[in-house]
Structure formats: C-alpha cells, structure tokens
Design a protein around this ligand. Structure first.
Ligand SMILES: C[S@@+](CC[C@H](N)C(=O)[O-])C[C@H]1O[C@@H](n2cnc3c(N)ncnc32)[C@H](O)[C@@H]1O
Ligand SMILES: Nc1nc2[nH]cc(C(=O)O)c2c(=O)[nH]1
Ligand code: SF4
Ligand SMILES: [Mg+2]
Length: 224
C-alpha cells in the first residue's frame, strides 16, 4: 500500500475557513517545495532521511520538529483507534499533502464514516475521493517556482487566500477569473500571521469584495 510520511497527528478544532469550530483529526504530511516566505510550518518542508523516527516517538513529541514517520492507510486508522480520537472529521494538511496520492486515504476515511478535508496550495494534482472537501490556498510566485494548476482551481470547494497586501488580492482575482466551474467557491481572506496591518487590510478587502474573513482561531486560543 502507498506510503505516507507523517509529521504529526493531533486532535483539535478546525481553526480556519468554512469548517471553523469543527472537531477534527489533523494529519500533517511531511514535505513541501513551494517555499512561501511566511509559511507557519517550515519544519515540514524537508524530507531528510536522518529525521525518520518510529511513529510512537513522533506521536509523543510536543514541540514542532522536522521528524516524521512512514506509514500506510491501514496503519493510520489503527493509530486513530489507539489514540481513541473522537472527531469524525479528518483534515489532511502539511507540508503539501497533494504531493501524495490521497485517493486511498480519503476513500477509506469516507467508507468508515468520516468526513474529510484537504488543505492544499494547488500546485500538485489533487488525487482524492470526490466527496472530499478541498480547501485551496493558492500559491503563486513563491520561491519554489511552482504554479497553481487549473485542475485545482476547478476542484476547490473553498478558496482561503492568505493576504497582507494588494498584490495578494490581485493574485486572488486572477485565480477567480480562471475558474470555469460554477458556482464559484466561497472565498476567504486569511491575514498572514495575524498581524494587525494584515488583518485590517483583510477586513477592508472582505467588505469591498463581499468575501469572508478567516482567522487562525486556534492560535488566538493557544491550541494546536
Ligand atoms: C501550512 S499550510 C499546509 C497546506 C498547504 N501546503 C497549503 O499551503 O494550503 C495550511 C494553511 O495555512 C496557511 N498559512 C500558512 N502560513 C500562514 C501564515 N503565516 N498566516 C496565515 N496563514 C498561513 C496556508 O495558506 C494554508 O491555508
Ligand atoms: N486548529 C488548527 N486548524 C487548522 N486549520 C488548518 C491548519 C493547518 O495547519 O493546515 C490548522 C492547524 O494547524 N490547527
Ligand atoms: S505551500 Fe503550504 S506548506 Fe508549503 S510553504 Fe506554502 S504555506 Fe507552507
Ligand atoms: Mg496551521
């Protein structure tokens, strides 16, 4: 069975976007080459063989590390049971989770009665069950040189765009103009790193464009 590289798994409340407030099992996969300068999970970027650990070591680590373990879908659901998770919603994030083929994981989750959501930059093909909720957080002109895929723009169930300045809004407008599938997905602006200037800017742009505001609510209340 296809392998997954896991940076961390934890149960919390979805802090962002349209599922905000929903109890969720977060699966954070290792690896991302996109290179957003303001990324809040830089420890997930590199996949260094020296950083492989046993799953129980990674599961007991309390701080952010670049350690990861290798697993498969079957083992992942065993682990959920061992951890006695209660949430019925799974958020697959990273790193860039779409570097992995998520078809088996999302299908198995849905078959077991979970709802599933993927958080993705849209720079890799999205391979998942059709009932998966896809949150697209578009990344263009980042250091890694990746471009957003048209297929990701069409697949998005919501767009959650990190913003701090006008250029980010212009990027978002250009992405929305490319979307052919109707209806348009619900659009959120998410202030980069919760900075006051970025938040004020986002509020103003939400009002101007009738978009919604997404705050990283988990950070305000100090949970994972
Ligand atoms: C860490 S990313 C991982 C998933 C995927 N690579 C992506 O970018 O969507 C998860 C979410 O956090 C957002 N994000 C990352 N760093 C942020 C920051 N400093 N401020 C606000 N949002 C941030 C991303 O845009 C994305 O919506
Ligand atoms: N509580 C909580 N909600 C989140 N929503 C998206 C997250 C992510 O890092 O992808 C995230 C996260 O790291 N924690
Ligand atoms: S695509 Fe996502 S994980 Fe990768 S650098 Fe950007 S925000 Fe971070
Ligand atoms: Mg996060």
């Amino acid at each position: 069975m296809a392998s997954l590289l896991v940076n961390e798994i934890f149960e919390s409340i979805q802090g962002e976007g349209s599922h905000t407030g929903q109890p969720s099992i977060f699966v954070r996969l290792q690896g991302c080459p996109v290179g957003c300068s303001w990324c809040d999970t830089k420890h997930t970027w590199d996949v260094l063989p020296d950083n492989v650990r046993e799953s129980d070591i990674v599961m007991r680590e309390n701080e952010e590390t670049a350690h990861y373990f290798e697993t498969d879908v079957e083992q992942l659901f065993i682990l959920f049971e061992e951890e006695a998770y209660l949430a019925k919603h799974i958020v697959i994030t990273g790193g860039e989770p779409c570097m992995f083929d998520l078809q088996t994981l999302t299908s198995e989750a849905i078959q077991r009665g979970f709802t599933v959501q993927i958080e993705t930059s849209g720079t890799f093909e999205i391979r998942c069950h059709e009932k998966t909720w896809v949150t697209l957080s578009p990344k263009i002109n980042m250091k890694g040189g990746y471009t957003i895929l048209q297929s990701a723009i069409e697949r998005a169930n919501e767009i959650k765009h990190p913003v701090a300045m006008q250029r980010h809004v212009d990027d978002l407008q250009s992405i929305l103009a490319k979307r052919q599938t109707k209806p348009l997905p619900v659009v959120y602006l998410q202030p980069i790193s919760m900075q006051k200037r970025a938040t004020d800017f986002a509020v103003n742009q939400c009002i101007q464009n009738n978009w919604r505001l997404s705050l990283q609510t988990h950070k305000f209340i100090g949970v994972e």
